[in-house]
Ligand binder design. Structure first.
Ligand SMILES: [Zn+2]
Length: 191
């Protein structure tokens, strides 16, 4: 994931607060911070430059889940379920954005009886309409519905794309059905 919730797309480790100027790319870039739950071989990630990606590896998403669920006070029994579900979702579509994978995961855990409302806070949804373009502007974040905002609105083109609740729902439902070969619930928890 990118933005405030960015993590290393390969290991799932958090990123440094500080960033350094990267002349080749003309941007400031952060670096992964060693973490006991980091996936894979840390030696390959140490000193890597990244601001997070829209698509991360399955093992990085699994690490991210393990890192954040306890912060949210979520059920430790959900970890094993989440691990398997992430693998299935990524196997169904490895081009899906992390935000879609995360929301699909939340819906899966909800069907298994876990509370998933907390998962909203750990996801930066992207506008599914802008996703049709080849590149995502960083402003295509979506203001996710919450108690205060009932509608998910495209931050990049609010008047053009407006409320994208339905698009997010459809995208997650499609991914869910491909991953689990089961109909998407009529009463989803987050989308
Ligand atoms: Zn948009």
């Amino acid at each position: 994931m990118k933005g405030d919730l960015a993590f290393d797309p390969a290991s799932g480790a958090p990123l440094s607060e500080a960033s350094s100027w990267h002349p080749d790319h003309g941007v400031r870039v952060r670096t992964p911070v060693e973490h006991p739950l980091a996936a894979g071989d840390w030696a390959t990630r140490e000193g890597a430059l990244t601001n997070g990606e829209l698509r991360s590896e399955a093992s990085a998403l699994q690490t991210y889940y393990k890192r954040v669920y306890s912060k949210a006070g979520a059920d430790p029994k959900s970890v094993g379920r989440a691990h398997i579900a992430i693998k299935k979702i990524k196997a169904a579509d490895d081009r899906a954005f992390d935000a879609s994978v995360w929301l699909t995961l939340a819906e899966r855990l909800a069907t298994k009886g876990f509370d998933v409302q907390w998962m909203r806070e750990f996801c930066s949804p992207k506008c599914p309409v802008c996703a049709r373009e080849s590149r995502y502007a960083s402003t295509s974040d979506v203001k996710f519905p919450s108690d205060r905002y009932q509608e998910a609105v495209c931050a990049s083109a609010p008047s053009e794309h407006g409320c994208v609740n339905e698009e997010i729902h459809d995208r997650v439902a499609e991914l869910y059905e491909r991953a689990f070969d089961e109909p998407f619930p009529d009463d989803p928890a987050l989308v």
